[in-house]
Write a new protein. Sequence first.
Length: 707
Amino acid sequence: MFKKFIFSAILSILTLGSTFAAGFPKPKFTATFSKNKANAGDVIEIIIRFDVPQGFHVFSEKSDCPEDDGPMRASIDFKPNTTYQLVGKFVGVGDHMVKEDEVWHCSSGEFLDKGEFRQKIKVLSTIESIEMIFNGQICNESGCDNIRDAVIKTPKLNVTGKIEAAPIPVAETTTESTETTTLDTANTSSANPLATTAGAATYKFENGKGVCHTKTFNGIQSAESTEDYMGLFILALISGFAALLTPCVFPMIPMTVSFFIRNKNRKIAIRDSFLFAFSIIAFYTIIGTLVAYTFGATAANWVSTHWIPNIFFTVIFIIFAASFFGAFEIVLPSSIVNKMDKQVDKGGFMGPIFMAITIALVSFSCTGPIVGTVMVEAVQGGAMRPIIAMFGFSLAFALPFGLLSLFPSWMNNLPKSGGWLNSVKVVLGFIELAFALKFLSIPDQTYHWGILDREVYLAIWIVIFTLLGLYLLGKIKFSHDDDVPRLNIFRLGLVITVFSFVMYMIPGMWGAPLKALAGYLPPLSSQDFHANAGSHSTGVSTICGTPKYANEKLHIPHGLEGYYDYDEALACAKAQNKPLFIDFTGHGCVNCRKMEEKAWSDPAALKILREKYIVVALFVDDKKIQLPKNEWFKGNASGNMITMLGDKNAEIEQCYFGKTVQPLYVLMDGNENLLQPAYTAEYFNFKSEPFIKFLEDGATNFKKIKK
């Protein structure tokens, strides 16, 4: 039973894309009128009802929390027309006030099982339909998810008579009115003394629809860059070779090759062996294609930053590690394997094809965790990544079968099976355990949990790889291991490599940058103590005032001062007459950390950023920081109601620059004119020289514009 559960959990990696993209279940809303017929001038009610999924609750509009604190209150936007007028504000019916002690220390209204909202209206003439937009929050014990832009429509209401409509203030439509807006700006000011034409509360809109204005430099919006698939392909290739060295696969290589070369007709033997190899490649590549179709490119950001898939991946990797350590075997149901094996006996062209599938299924107990590891890494990007990953894995996996069939004498040089094969599995188990920590770290940063600060993460990795070194020395044994009476040269080399890696990580406990691990560790700002703290600070403030969200666990690397809000940074750039450096970044962005450690860290780059630019870090994956309600707006690029800081930053990036990748670096003046095209990390190749030139060219162009 447990083995079947493990098998189901692993296969669910291939099918959970659409589930992940959907998030929590959402209520279904229905709207009716309190009367089926009415006379002009009557006051009736719109009744909005919905069911709450079992185990969940939906917040109502009632709350005694401070205005910008507590759970997200329900809001309903009523699309105005000339057939009705709103009377008062909508109210929840049947909700219960619940004390939110653990988080907010205030009370909010909650609906369980069923919910109902009512809004009084004055009927003016026959109503074809009233359209409403609901925004709110649904939660259970594990967390919350936003209900965004749920469209609700009433049926037709026949009205006797007609009354001319009078203008109605929009502010009366909801408990907190929100307009359909855009990232373009209007010439009004806000309460912020640094407010400029870019304030979130002053966005313009045309005919109720937001309009994005693309920003370009000499006609170029942003430099086109192809995604770096080579690194993923190499990782998959290495994983495929590692799978060959497991005890489920390696002993089958000579047996499988012997099956083909025993045919006296050499041409048929070679044909069957290559058909077998190509079938393995096709089998895994088809799996990759199915995963790519399931996830798609649009779900990649959700998969890579949301807590649900990352916690799932963490658990899966721990299960993989336990399997490699010998706690249990992950096996496929025998009925599937037996059906494939029967097809092999038919021979002909189909025999090698079904043999390839049989080998893939039989070896699943060893290859499953490796394939799963590659696939988890692949789904966190574009739609092509799973296909490329599975092609790379299967190419390495199939290569020995094809080559050994072509050159059978090579089999004499293969090492004999033995205990070393189980050692390969255990080593992979330690690596799986280390990777599990990486996936736990991502939601820890995006949701500001504070569980895995940098020194805690490093301490666990140091322990894991120390235990791996002791295992390779033979000081630790698992149930299926043989004794290690002496070390061979290869094993000694591995021991030296592992302990050298441990020694390299230890200074990181005191703040050493560890550039080789850039992107795989939590940022230095999460570390409670590091010896280099403040070493980059000049002691003189280079910004206009205390930034918004400065105490929300957001950071700018290397002690640089700056902002975390686009509008505020733009205002400061105008006030100081400096260009603006925009860093579209993310808590879980590996390439962002690599650029910061390898390009930003150059003293020349830091000097330019500190002295010549106003720096703003726009975190697009932050899941914690909520915008003040007067800054909520309807996004054009996403089509969603923007209520979170991370969503606002993602909207700006996509709306202005047509990108969803991080990091994206943008240089502009105070009037939002680009000083260079926007560039991604691939353009700089993680090197400081092109990054410094990018900054210098932007500063030079800014001086030309000033003149």
